[in-house]
Ligand binder design. Sequence first.
Ligand SMILES: C[S@@+](CC[C@H](N)C(=O)[O-])C[C@H]1O[C@@H](n2cnc3c(N)ncnc32)[C@H](O)[C@@H]1O
Length: 234
Amino acid sequence: MKLKPRLSAIAGLVPEGDTVADIGTDHAYIPVFLVKSGKVKRGVASDVRKGPLEKAREVIKRHRLEDRIETRLGDGLEVLKAGEADTIVVAGMGGVLIRNLFEAGKEALEGVKRLVLQPMNAQEVVREWLVKNGFEIVDETLARERERIYQVIAAQPGHQQTEDPFYYEIGRVLIEKNHPLLPDLLSSKEKEYKKIIAGLKISGKAGAAERLKEYERRLARLQGVMEACRMRAT
Ligand SMILES: C[S@@+](CC[C@H](N)C(=O)[O-])C[C@H]1O[C@@H](n2cnc3c(N)ncnc32)[C@H](O)[C@@H]1O
């Protein structure tokens, strides 16, 4: 079974273990791949909607893994008991939704050894939640499919100093490991900031001037990291 780069990057950050729970599984490709490859023994594949869960069941059946991967219908972490999964994966959802699912399901996080998260946006919300809720960001990676860069974050229970907010936006680990796709991520962030700045410059809304200053600061910081990357590359 061959995974596309995004799913492969997610699977790559799941350590060997007993049970992986994939929350919002849709097609169940992640638990199927992990169980088939022998990286984990069992899987729980959950989704809040019946349609995707049906799709997951079909894929699991096709791979003859019904006895190793259990499907569960439910909202977020409510499908899990504390300590049931070594690794919890939540991928392909917005960062705010991921944060809300964790906030609502804190009990199910007790005893978990690793979280592997792939927020589609608002990655800063996820990183901040992790750091402020007893998790340490231990690894990060990036994957590209067509023009889009995906960010994958791995965390485990532990203490991490509250980060400089800049590193909630661009993961510190990505900068430290000088990930090969980091320049692409930085340029897409640069475009995003420039667009926000252009909008704020013509906005008449209260607070726009403050936000403009904040985004100009962020842009300058980002461009500093871009320059450091370019220097490292030469
Ligand atoms: C875009 S798909 C991502 C599927 C897969 N995780 C991936 O990364 O390819 C998002 C899935 O999350 C499910 N989902 C959305 N909100 C959820 C929630 N509160 N609890 C569980 N699943 C949810 C959706 O039904 C959908 O199947």
